[in-house]
Design a protein around this ligand. Structure first.
Ligand SMILES: [Zn+2]
Length: 65
């Protein structure tokens, strides 16, 4: 599961939360109950970017010949 980084907009508390991609984003600071914001750019999992697709022409189907 991906890890999301959050930072509080009031007290500055920062933490990482491991959530399902289907889970709703956290909105409340666990320290002071203020509003959280998601922090990007500090996550080890990245699905974007070039070089993701392989240009391998061979199909990955298993031929049983
Ligand atoms: Zn806070």
């Amino acid at each position: 599961m991906p890890t999301y980084s959050y930072a509080c907009t009031v007290c500055g508390h920062r933490f990482d939360a491991v959530q399902s991609i289907h889970a709703a984003a956290l909105t409340e600071c666990p320290e002071c109950k203020a509003e959280l914001r998601r922090v990007f750019g500090n996550v080890g999992v990245t699905f974007k970017g070039s070089g993701f697709y392989r240009t391998d022409s061979r199909a990955s189907k298993s031929s049983s010949d």
